[in-house]
Design a protein around this ligand. Structure first.
Ligand SMILES: [Zn+2]
Ligand SMILES: [Zn+2]
Length: 249
């Protein structure tokens, strides 16, 4: 498996694209989240929506789903196909009713399933959105009463959706589930109310920090290079092999 962040920016970053990821396995491509900047970020990589086999949504915020309208229209009318859309079961109705329906609804296209092959996901199950990639969803705290799901890929790589700091979960993943790679959202200002702050993450013990890659960061990220303990920054649009990410720092 290889991973390439389409973007690594925070919700309002302007010098980085939205924090969305391309995951490649066996010649297929999964797009994890599709924010407002995703179509432009794909274009910057020389790719089109037609290069995507499946999509997965972690939660409903513009930097994670704001590009889905364009992708849906272009898949339907430009490429004439329905990609797979993996969505946590509880998000399927609000994704359509509260987010996408306004733009995508047409008399002959009245639902999300007219644009995507929907695959509902539940916690505790393992899915294979593209061959050779297993994904489990884990509900993690972000905004009160707003569902958000982090991912556990290939039984060793944790990919945080936007989430508040949860030391207990990170300890459990590393100590009980063999997690060797943690891609985590990170904000530089305190307190970390809806994301983990850098200062929160710096409280993690060294063995965990060595596994952490920081993402979803603000435009002033260059000021923090060298100030993240043993944690590394993920660079947007750089292609990483799964094994490279798993190398302990
Ligand atoms: Zn976000
Ligand atoms: Zn969010």
């Amino acid at each position: 498996m290889k991973l390439q962040m389409l973007g690594t920016g925070s919700a309002f970053a302007k010098t980085f694209y939205n924090n969305n990821a391309l995951v490649y396995a066996n010649g297929c491509t999964l797009l994890v989240d599709c924010g407002i900047t995703a179509p432009a970020a794909l274009h910057a990589l020389g790719k089109t929506p037609d290069d995507i086999d499946a999509l997965l949504v972690t939660h409903i915020h513009g930097d994670h789903i704001g590009g889905l309208e364009e992708i849906a229209f272009r898949m339907r009318f430009q490429y004439h196909r329905k990609p797979l859309l993996y969505v946590p079961e509880v998000l399927a109705a609000p994704l359509w009713e509260n987010a996408l329906k306004g733009g995508l609804y047409q008399d002959e296209l009245p639902g999300l399933e007219d644009y995507f092959e929907i695959r509902l996901m539940k916690e505790g199950n393992e899915y294979e959105p593209i061959p050779g990639l297993s994904v489990e969803i884990m509900q993690t705290p972000h905004i009160p009463n707003k569902d958000s799901f982090s991912l556990y890929m290939n039984r060793h790589l944790f990919y945080s959706a936007d989430m508040r700091f949860n030391s207990e979960l990170l300890h459990k993943l590393v100590e009980e589930r063999g997690c060797d790679t943690i891609l985590h959202d990170c904000q530089f200002i305190n307190p970390g109310v809806v994301h983990a702050s850098l200062d929160d993450l710096l409280t993690l013990p060294e063995p965990i920090q060595r596994r952490v890659w920081l993402m979803h960061y603000a435009d002033d990220q260059p000021n923090f290079i060298g100030k993240t303990g043993l944690m590394r920054f993920v660079e947007q649009q750089r292609l990483y092999d799964e094994s490279e990410l798993a190398e302990i720092n």
